[in-house]
Design a binder for this molecule. Structure first.
Ligand SMILES: Cc1cc2nc3c(=O)[nH]c(=O)nc-3n(C[C@H](O)[C@H](O)[C@H](O)COP(=O)(O)OP(=O)(O)OC[C@H]3O[C@@H](n4cnc5c(N)ncnc54)[C@H](O)[C@@H]3O)c2cc1C
Length: 597
């Protein structure tokens, strides 16, 4: 039988002499290295986590052997299902990004069920000097929840959701009033949360737009949802988190305990500060209605398209730049304007009356414009907005997980299908200051949008910037780590290009490199047309370019030094390193070697 201290070393618990902390880490071990844990160490970890250690096998291995087999063809169909992707320990929502990363399974993963599983895994990784990663919803565009030769903490099975009528954070009694809230385990996805909080409990919680994004990843990103202009960012809604830090400590953090780490978790980026094992978010009363307005208009000439852009910019500034409206207005190279907006607090008649002047203007410009789709305007009682039974009856809005035996609650927006299993080719985002909406600036802004659309499609995500939001939402967002330029921004401009599911080395399913390389130039040129209007640049870390150069400034602006100080306090040896995460500038791109001394 092993002595307790030897067993503690095997599974990475700190020993009485503190040797598990080790000297400052310079390199991490890969399989085959002398430092890679022996079989009996993995067995000890497996026992410590209740048998939930998985030797990871990717389903793509079958395709790498034979890309034309029936099994492989079926797999590529399944890669279009976000639930299939999310339920496989080896996969991620994006399969990669050309010239940036390729989705690669870890060697081992712990399918965590409790904070104790996470503590044991963190201690093991630290002691054995392993590359440690965390995956929740698996939606990182930057590929920060997968890495070869790593150990993964997979939180998919930790998805409990508990509502509170009167939540007070630990140690906050007497400081904070009790308030309605919801506690969520980190592997839950937003569709599950909205169904628990809105459909079943009649409350609102600020999360993300996409129903299959993970809760812990989105909150740590900052987190914008369709109605962020009304309710702010998901990070700003955080009241308390439970987190396992690099020393293996399980900490409860909130405004009263470990406030520095609490602040950093609110927008400081996932995978850099510790492993979040529970989040408690503020909830709100529901408005009467949520709704959507969808239409697309094709202009018959470039000149007519430029006029249409000018009109929609002016109309947005006059009628939609307020907490009622969110989501997207897009401008395509084929002279098509695409409106896919949502609203809160407005009946269908109110929404129709708001859009009437714009639609009359379009109708009055005889011969210039054709309505390609819509206008479709709809308001539903807010409690039904995420109800699968209601959404399923609206043609083309959601898709239900087609797997046999899947829950009918497993729905995803049809608009997100293109992103399931995608390979990213190019991606840029920019926060746009509300000053662009001033009357005297609208012309130059419309010119720039038109010029951008000559290169590639660009889309204004008007819910992903808090200018025009309510005072309470802005005040709460000021207390987060997100780049403060977001507070002055009326929208996040996104331009992106991607290909269908593909994987290097799979015959018939290789990424299209030539098309990707062409699109990089087009996207850069498109965004460049807008960038030249701006005096300072900010970009949203969760939806940004993998190749962003000044990423510390772009993602966090003046908050970066404070964020780095929190990182140094809670993770001085860099156990948690992800691409363009806080402190990652000190590590090699693969996260295995500390740079310098
Ligand atoms: C289709 C799609 C739609 C999107 N829509 C939106 C949107 O509407 N609004 C928006 O703001 N963003 C959106 N995003 C971006 C998304 O919010 C971020 O990519 C987010 O980080 C994803 O979280 P995840 O848990 O799904 O991903 P993961 O890839 O699992 O995690 C993302 C990062 O967080 C870390 N992480 C995950 N869980 C934990 C944990 N428990 N503790 C510590 N770190 C953890 C991971 O290590 C990784 O670095 C979208 C992305 C996609 C692909």
């Amino acid at each position: 039988m092993l002595a307790i201290s030897a067993l503690a070393k095997l599974i990475g618990l700190p020993t009485s002499d503190g040797t598990a902390q080790g000297a400052r880490l310079q390199t991490r071990s890969r399989p085959g290295d002398p430092g890679w844990p022996a079989e009996e160490s993995w067995e000890a970890l497996n026992r410590a986590v209740g048998g939930r250690l998985i030797k990871v096998q990717s389903p793509l291995a079958t395709c790498l052997r034979d890309g034309s087999s029936a099994e492989c063809e079926q797999l590529f169909k399944s890669l279009k299902n976000p639930y299939f992707l999310g339920d496989d320990v080896a996969l991620t929502q994006s399969l990669g990004w050309v010239d940036a990363w390729t989705s690669s399974p870890s060697v081992f993963a712990v399918a965590a069920r409790s904070a104790a599983d996470v503590v044991a895994t963190v201690n093991f990784a630290r002691t054995h000097r392993l590359r440690l990663l965390v995956k929740g919803g698996g939606h990182s565009y930057q590929g920060t929840s997968n890495a070869p030769d790593s150990l993964l903490i997979w939180t998919r099975g930790m998805n409990a959701i508990t509502l509170h009528d009167a939540f007070v954070g630990a140690g906050c009694a007497g400081h904070n009033d009790p308030q309605p809230a919801v506690s969520i385990e980190p592997g839950a996805i937003w569709g599950q949360v909205y169904q628990a909080v809105t459909t079943r409990a009649g409350r609102y919680v600020q999360g993300g737009g996409c129903l299959t994004v993970g809760v812990a990843g989105l909150v740590q990103s900052g987190g914008f949802g369709s109605f962020s202009k009304a309710y702010g960012t998901a990070a700003a809604s955080l009241l308390e988190a439970e987190v396992v830090t690099a020393d293996g400590g399980l900490r409860t953090v909130n405004a009263c305990s470990n406030p520095d780490l609490f602040w950093a978790l609110k927008g400081g980026g996932g995978g850099s500060l510790g492993v979040v094992t529970r989040l408690t978010l503020r909830t709100h009363a529901l408005p009467h209605f949520f709704g959507a307005t969808v239409l697309s208009i094709k202009a018959t000439s470039d000149a007519a398209f430029r006029r249409l852009i000018g009109r929609i910019v002016g109309f947005y500034a006059e009628a939609l730049f307020n907490p009622n409206w969110g989501e997207q207005i897009g401008f395509r190279p084929d002279n098509v304007l695409v409106v896919a907006m949502v609203h809160q607090g407005l009946s269908q008649q109110q929404a129709e009356a708001i859009w009437r002047p714009f639609l009359d203007w379009v109708a009055g410009a005889t011969g210039d414009y054709t309505l390609l789709s819509g206008p479709l305007m709809l308001s539903v009682p807010a409690g039904d907005f995420w109800n699968p039974a209601v959404l399923g009856n609206l043609p083309g809005v959601v898709v239900t997980d087609p797997r046999q035996g899947a829950s009918p609650a497993n729905i995803y927006y049809a608009a997100n299908v293109g992103e399931a299993g995608q390979v990213l080719h190019a991606y840029r985002s920019l926060w746009l200051p509300a000053s662009l909406l001033r009357h005297e600036q609208q012309g130059g802004f419309a010119d720039a949008l038109f010029a951008a659309s000559r290169h590639w499609s660009v889309t204004l995500h008007v819910n992903k910037g808090l200018a025009g939001a309510g005072a309470e939402a802005i005040a709460a967002a000021k207390e987060t780590a997100t780049n403060p330029v977001m507070l002055e921004a009326f929208a996040l401009l996104i331009s992106a290009a991607q290909g269908a599911p593909a994987y290097p080395g799979i015959r018939g399913h290789e990424p299209n490199l030539a098309s990707a390389h062409r699109q990089v130039g087009a996207v850069r040129s498109a965004v460049g047309e807008i960038e030249r209007l701006l005096s300072q640049r900010g970009s949203y870390l969760a939806e940004s370019d993998f190749f962003e150069t000044a990423w510390q400034q772009a993602f966090w602006g003046s908050n970066y030094p404070r964020l780095l100080a929190v990182k140094d306090k809670y993770d001085p040896d860099g156990l948690f390193i992800v691409h363009h995460g806080v402190g990652s500038e000190r590590w090699s791109a693969d996260g295995f070697t500390r740079l310098g001394t």
